[in-house]
Design a protein around this ligand. Structure first.
Ligand SMILES: Cc1cc2nc3c(=O)[nH]c(=O)nc-3n(C[C@H](O)[C@H](O)[C@H](O)COP(=O)(O)OP(=O)(O)OC[C@H]3O[C@@H](n4cnc5c(N)ncnc54)[C@H](O)[C@@H]3O)c2cc1C
Ligand code: SF4
Length: 329
């Protein structure tokens, strides 16, 4: 498969990028590592007239710890560098684990964190070659009005499969965007629509960086991933958990799922549920059941949907047990 024709630009500063965007007529798309966008272009799922590579903008490629201890991660930081930065860092361990399990080593060397969070949703009826697209009437995600995965559905259920979004969400990360020369910050969990056909609500904004809050004492986190082949595949279910322990009691818990819906699923009502209770195995089972009940995968990616849902329960249980164990050590 070869790429369609496009015009290529590689600005070296945010100012030049702004000017370029103002002057381009037609569809322009940001290119980072290209590991997700270029395969979609080869399949003719997207055919932008203009590709703007942001890899030459130095300002976007660093991780910085600010004076107030917040961590800023530029949009083009490579996944491998991200994993190395957070290695052996207990509060942010979920980010290390997730980054370290993205695709293969080759993917992690090329891929950026911005592209990882803004990767498109996937579906076995959508991520197909042009030949297939020609013989199948278009579904919602290709501008039609049918869905092959969920019969009679009025919307698209294509799956969001980033490994790193869920850890960013449980660790309360924010994303900073550039739009019309203005910089806007949003919590990462607020950038999603929940509709697989158009997964993000960021319009033509450009992602500049992520900001993680300074780590507080007592916060620990972990990430569990279920995939077909270790060392290569996307998550077909994933769970990130962060807990805050104070005076030997769980003060707060955040759980976020990936690979089971068109957006990360933030598990609701957990904090009130655990308040003042002793964290026994029975309670951890009940929390895992809550996560299970809020996951509704459908049959549109690899793996059986019921099995993926069951794995959410198992991985949530394991993740919380592991965190409690690591705190007590
Ligand atoms: C074989 C294979 C296995 C993979 N496995 C995994 C996996 O296990 N887990 C996982 O999470 N992902 C996986 N991926 C998906 C994905 O390629 C990577 O996660 C990667 O991080 C994407 O980053 P990139 O820099 O290559 O993005 P690109 O391909 O350059 O861009 C991806 C999308 O983000 C947009 N974009 C990128 N940067 C910006 C920005 N700064 N502002 C606005 N828009 C932007 C692009 O326009 C494009 O739509 C896999 C991909 C492949 C090919
Ligand atoms: S979930 Fe349905 S509408 Fe969405 S891409 Fe798959 S088949 Fe198309």
């Amino acid at each position: 498969m070869h790429l369609p024709h496009f015009k290529y630009y590689a600005p070296r500063s945010i100012n030049t990028l702004n000017t370029l965007i103002e002057n381009i007529n037609g569809q322009a798309i940001i290119l980072a590592g290209g590991t997700e966008l270029l395969p979609r272009m080869k399949m003719r799922l997207i055919q932008p007239e203009h590709l703007i590579s942001i890899l030459k903008i130095k300002q976007l490629e660093n991780i910085k710890i600010k004076n107030d201890k917040k961590i800023e991660i530029g949009a083009t930081v490579r996944i491998d560098n991200l994993a190395n930065f957070f290695k052996a860092n207990k509060p942010f361990n979920a980010i290390f684990q997730a980054a370290n399990m993205v695709g293969s080593q080759q993917i992690r060397n090329m891929a950026t964190i911005g592209g990882n969070i803004l990767q498109n949703t996937r579906c076995k009826y959508y991520n197909r070659t042009l030949q297939w697209q020609k013989i199948m009437p278009p579904c919602h995600k290709r501008g039609g009005n049918i869905c092959y995965a969920v019969k009679n559905s009025k919307r698209c259920f294509a799956v969001y499969q980033s490994d790193i979004a869920a850890p960013f969400i449980v660790l309360q990360g924010k994303a900073e965007f550039l739009f019309n020369k203005n910089f806007i910050q949003k919590p990462v969990e607020d950038i999603f629509t929940g509709n697989g056909a158009v997964p993000f609500n960021i319009g033509k904004s450009i992602l500049i960086k992520f900001i993680l809050p300074a780590s507080e004492d007592g916060i620990i986190s972990t990430y569990k991933k279920y995939r077909i082949r270790d060392g290569m595949d996307f998550p077909i279910a994933g769970v990130a958990v962060a807990i805050k322990i104070e005076n030997k009691k769980i003060d707060d818990i955040k759980i976020c799922l990936t690979g089971v819906s068109s957006a990360p699923v933030v598990i609701k009502n957990i904090k009130d549920f655990i308040s003042e209770k002793k964290l026994t195995d029975k309670l951890i089972h009940e929390i895992s059941e809550i996560a299970y009940n809020q996951a509704h995968p459908v049959e549109n990616i690899d793996g059986d949907a019921n099995n993926r849902r069951y794995m959410i329960k198992q991985m949530t249980f394991e993740a919380i047990k592991e965190l409690i164990g690591s705190y007590e050590k």
